[in-house]
Design a binder for this molecule. Structure first.
Ligand code: ZN
Length: 419
């Protein structure tokens, strides 16, 4: 079942003469993870948007990163299963709908549409399942029923909370710091009646004027973290997702998202999966850096978000935007400025000029340099620099005999740059 996804991009073949080494990606926990032999099944879950203001450049940079992993592993012969959720019911969405006096479902639908067209324009391969949480209430209910029977929950009034006590020893940051971030990112550390201030809400009993779903837990809606736990398990592991299958140590290969999701979101989702299955959620967690604007943090509170659709509507070339996002390493926080965009306009123009020549040279060396750079923690700045020097060298070379098609196909396949 492919829910609500966007059209796939064509993946051109790579000549058999190229060998892709294993992909080394630096996990958030620090180690370089050697990933996956060709032919293996790779299961990847990337946290999706809350559809009230998609798609800003921070979103785009994140989805682009996991797209590079997807492309590389596919090119290497792995079978990649990729799932992404849509948080189409959550406090920020309801707050925005109230503020703008629009129906929350219409706001969500319009932003999901915009996100799909932005992803498609940026040549990001679609997930196999793009799953809105409002269509998974049965999964949430099943998971909660199991957590209740296992003793991992308690109630405050009619709301259900997740008891984190057995997981807090693995907190990725100091407790006081965690409390502060928890509060900033949707948590309620000061609510009376909670066992631990960091316990996240699992099921929010119906509030007056808010949407709610019927369930055996009472009428309500899910908390944020549980949706990703259940959507990832169900759509990556199949119908029998709550029972052991595959690896005895972890459920899926990779969970990804922006570095602002490390805590509490990914920590809590993983704790809930551990409680549900007895296994770790993902073998590897990878997080992407944040994108700032002109020297400032980009955030909705500052009102300085740069939207992909706005850039596209102003006539910007989607491949220039993609190139500009690739020009910094995924793991570093970076600044978006007009100069970054302008540099990519010029660099893309030069690559296009090179690819439009009747004959080129050095194709195999270039393609191997791009492959090597990507294999070493997705080093896109190095890959793009190799393309620049290849393009420059062509204007001096007089002995070109190769068709540019091979380079063009490789850049499209590996970097998603269809130029
Ligand atoms: Zn998530």
């Amino acid at each position: 079942m492919r829910m609500n996804s966007w059209p796939s991009a064509y993946l051109p073949p790579l000549a058999d003469s190229f060998t892709l080494p294993p992909l080394h990606v630096k996990a958030t926990s620090g180690e370089s993870v050697l990933d996956f032999k060709s032919g293996d099944n790779f299961t990847m879950y990337v946290c999706g948007i809350t559809p009230y203001d998609a798609t800003h450049l921070g979103h785009a940079a994140t989805y682009l990163t996991f797209d590079l992993i997807n492309r590389y592993l596919r090119a290497r012969g792995s079978r990649v299963s990729f799932v992404e959720n849509i948080t189409d019911i959550d406090d920020p969405l309801l707050e925005r709908a109230t503020r703008d006096n629009v129906d929350w479902t219409q706001l969500a639908d319009s932003q999901i549409d915009l996100f799909r067209s932005d992803m498609s324009a940026l040549h990001i391969l679609p997930p196999d399942h793009f799953v809105p949480v409002t269509q998974t209430m049965d999964l949430v209910e099943n998971a909660l029923t199991r957590l209740i029977s296992q003793g991992f929950t308690y109630k405050v009034d009619n709301d259900f909370y997740f008891d984190t006590s057995t997981f807090l020893k693995d907190l990725p940051i100091a407790y006081e710091e965690a409390l502060k971030i928890f509060s900033e990112r949707g948590g309620d550390p000061d609510r009376p009646g909670k066992r631990d201030r960091l316990d996240p809400i699992l099921w929010i009993a119906a509030r007056p004027g808010e949407p709610a779903w019927e369930s055996s837990l009472g009428k309500g809606r899910p908390g944020w973290h549980i949706e990703c736990s259940v959507i990832a398990l169900r759509y990556l592991l199949g119908e029998n997702y709550l029972n052991q299958s595959g690896s005895p140590t972890h459920c899926i290969s990779l969970q990804g998202g922006g570095s602002d999701l490390i805590f509490p979101h990914h920590f809590m989702s993983a704790a809930q999966v551990k409680a549900l299955t007895g296994r770790n959620f993902a073998r590897t967690f990878v997080h992407t850096g944040m994108v700032g604007l002109d020297g400032e943090k980009m955030s909705k509170s500052k009102g300085n978000l740069v939207f992909v659709s706005k850039l596209l509507n102003s006539g910007e070339d989607a491949m220039v935007i993609r190139h500009a996002l690739l020009s910094s390493h995924y793991s570093s926080d970076r600044m978006w400025t007009e100069q970054v965009l302008q540099a990519s306009r010029e660099r893309v123009a030069k690559i296009r000029e090179a690819l439009s020549k009747q004959y080129v040279s050095g194709s195999a060396e270039l393609i191997n340099s791009v492959i090597t750079a990507l294999a070493q923690d997705l080093n896109t700045p190095v890959a793009l620099a190799a393309i620049d020097s290849w393009a420059s060298s062509l204007f001096e070379s007089e002995s070109s005999t190769e068709s540019p098609g091979e380079v063009s196909r490789a850049l499209d396949l590996l970097l998603g740059l269809a130029l």
